[in-house]
Design a protein around this ligand. Structure first.
Ligand code: NAP
Length: 256
């Protein structure tokens, strides 16, 4: 099957402003492209300036609007500065997608402090920092959508991923609590939990592992970045206004 790069979800986000972290490649790029194609102005955030420039160029080539902001999601001061800058330039911030994430896999008994700290810092602290930074402008505007990219590893154990699994379970806990805290301000907070999606992150696993993985997925294939982007588009849309604190698995039935 050839990879889809266009959404099949029809959503109108014109006039909205969105911020996507980890937008330099993979799922973040597909999400940023889809939000922009739906009419939103998208602030693309990533640690890698060259990758970001490519994402923005692709979006602009499609006739949509985006801007690049280089930022390490673990840097509290820079995160606050980026959010302030986006609100100032775009005049609003309606949608946040916390997507930046890494893996540093290894068997638990041999896991180093650095492996643990790096994954928790980017996946969980980064999500906390951006969520806290956007909460103020969203509360002021009395509305917003926050979508966190978790993982099925946050719902079930996965040998070799103690750090990653703990970080994504943390993202799910954060999602549910912040959903309750911000609901009275009409801000919804949800998570998507992808299974195995074809990106550079999963390519690292190698073809042998991936073919075993395919055998465990009821739908018999890896997901495409667009499968995740489509779910994010829906959660960002007005149609999802009564959904909050939810975790949507996008895994071809892996956890069914
Ligand atoms: P990816 O291809 O590795 O892309 C991740 C992006 O995040 C990269 O552009 C990376 O930049 C950026 N990033 C890393 N550290 C950062 C930091 N400190 N600050 C800002 N940006 C940073 O990964 P992906 O597969 O698209 O995954 C995206 C999200 O989906 C992650 O949260 C991941 O855990 C989750 N997820 C993925 C899958 C899957 O099967 N692919 C499944 C479940 C969940 P660099 O290139 O410079 O590192």
């Amino acid at each position: 099957m050839s990879e889809r790069t266009k959404s099949r979800v029809t959503v109108d986000l014109s006039g909205r402003a969105a911020l996507v972290t980890g937008a330099g490649r993979g799922l973040g790029r597909a999400i940023a492209q889809s939000l922009a194609a739906a009419g939103a102005k998208v602030a693309c955030v990533d640690i890698d300036a060259d990758a970001l420039a490519e994402t923005v160029q692709t979006i602009e080539n499609d006739g949509a609007q985006a801007e690049a902001l280089t930022c390490d999601v673990t840097d509290s001061e820079r995160v606050n500065e980026v959010v302030r800058q986006v609100v100032k330039q775009m005049g609003r911030l309606d949608i946040l997608v916390n997507n930046a994430g890494i893996t540093r896999d290894g068997i638990f008994m041999r896991m180093s402090d650095d492996q643990w700290d790096a994954v928790l810092a980017i996946n969980l602290r980064g999500t906390f920092l951006f969520t806290r930074a956007v909460a103020r402008p969203m509360v002021k505007a009395r509305g917003g959508r926050i979508i966190n990219v978790a993982s099925v590893s946050g719902l079930m154990g996965n040998p070799g991923q103690a750090n990653y699994s703990a970080s994504k379970a943390g993202v799910i806990g954060l999602t549910r609590t912040v959903a309750r805290e911000l609901a009275s301000r009409n801000i919804t907070v949800n998570a998507v939990a992808p299974g195995f999606i074809a990106t550079e992150m999963t390519a690292k696993l190698g073809e042998e592992v991936l073919s075993q993985v395919r055998g465990q997925i009821p739908l018999g294939r890896l997901g495409e970045p667009q499968d995740v982007a489509d779910a994010v588009l829906y959660l960002a849309s007005d149609a999802a206004g009564f959904i909050t604190g939810h975790v949507l698995t996008i895994d071809g039935g892996l956890t069914a």
